[in-house]
Design a protein around this ligand. Structure first.
Ligand code: NAP
Length: 242
């Protein structure tokens, strides 16, 4: 039997990169996957075996209400939420505008909270659920610049621990996932010098692949991690071990 058979999973930011891989691997493991993104780049995922696509901007509460309401109408439950959608901004503290700060917070931090808030009542009613919040190695260690990104990824790490403890008795597990440098459209668009620096500092000496993060998400989503909550799953080629 596949590891996610019978589970209904919502994945955000599933249009490309890590989120797309999580949606594909979840479906391969037997889940019914509700793949979402802000744009239309994920609609090609819809119709694939085990995957349906819905538009969802994680920073908009009305989108969450619409999508989760629809999932409950069609499937009657939500077993897994992978809060993956995220954006990066590179400015240091003194160059960051209020608009850039608020944009990053709205998606990375508020979006994560809205997602948890949208599914928790259902999971509490079920007495079960697994929430996976995608943070980053930059949620617990720093490089220069990228102040808003660091702030929000650190917040995601701690929000996960708080929710884990708050809902542990409800049978709900909440963990954060911390990728190191992964080859995705996000990192493809970065300054090559920044990429070379981070990969050069990675003990395994290479970038990770989206599927290497998706396999960690499968573990956290599945009953294989049944005694794991409030934890940080780091998949980074050894970066944070230094
Ligand atoms: P990506 O290639 O840029 O993909 C991000 C996805 O999120 C896209 O599908 C994007 O689609 C979606 N998205 C952006 N804003 C959204 C919003 N407001 N609502 C819903 N969806 C939204 O990024 P990635 O590299 O796969 O990163 C995925 C997650 O992993 C992020 O949280 C990122 O911070 C984290 N991470 C990545 C790395 C890395 O090295 N790649 C390392 C550590 C952590 P639309 O633009 O169409 O909405």
């Amino acid at each position: 039997m596949s590891r996610l058979t019978g589970k209904v999973a919502i994945v955000t930011g599933a249009g490309r990169g890590i989120g797309r891989s999580i949606a594909e691997v979840f479906a391969r493991e037997g889940a019914t996957v509700v793949a979402t993104s802000r744009g239309s780049d994920a609609d090609q995922l819809g119709g694939r075996r085990g995957i349906e696509y819905h538009q969802l901007d994680v920073s908009k509460d009305q989108d969450w209400q619409r999508v989760v309401g629809g999932v409950l109408e069609r499937h009657g439950r939500v077993d897994v939420l992978a809060n993956n959608a995220g954006i990066i901004a590179y400015q240091p503290v003194h160059e960051l505008t209020v608009e850039d700060w608020e944009r990053v917070v709205a998606i990375n931090q508020t979006g994560t909270w809205l997602g948890m808030r949208a599914v928790l009542p259902t999971m509490m009613g079920q007495g079960s659920g697994s929430i996976i919040n995608v943070s980053s190695i930059w949620g617990s260690a720093a490089v220069a610049g990228g102040h808003a990104y660091h702030a929000t990824k650190g917040a995601v790490r701690n929000m996960s621990k708080n929710a884990a403890i708050t809902y542990a008795k409800d049978g709900i597990r909440v963990n954060s996932l911390h990728p190191g440098f992964i080859n995705t459209p996000l990192t493809d668009a970065q300054d090559p010098d920044v990429n070379d620096y981070v990969v050069g500092q990675t003990p395994m000496g290479r970038a990770g692949k989206p599927e290497e993060i998706a396999q960690g998400a499968v573990f956290l989503a599945s009953d294989d991690s049944s005694f794991m909550t409030g934890a940080e799953l780091v998949i980074d080629g050894g970066y944070l071990a230094q």
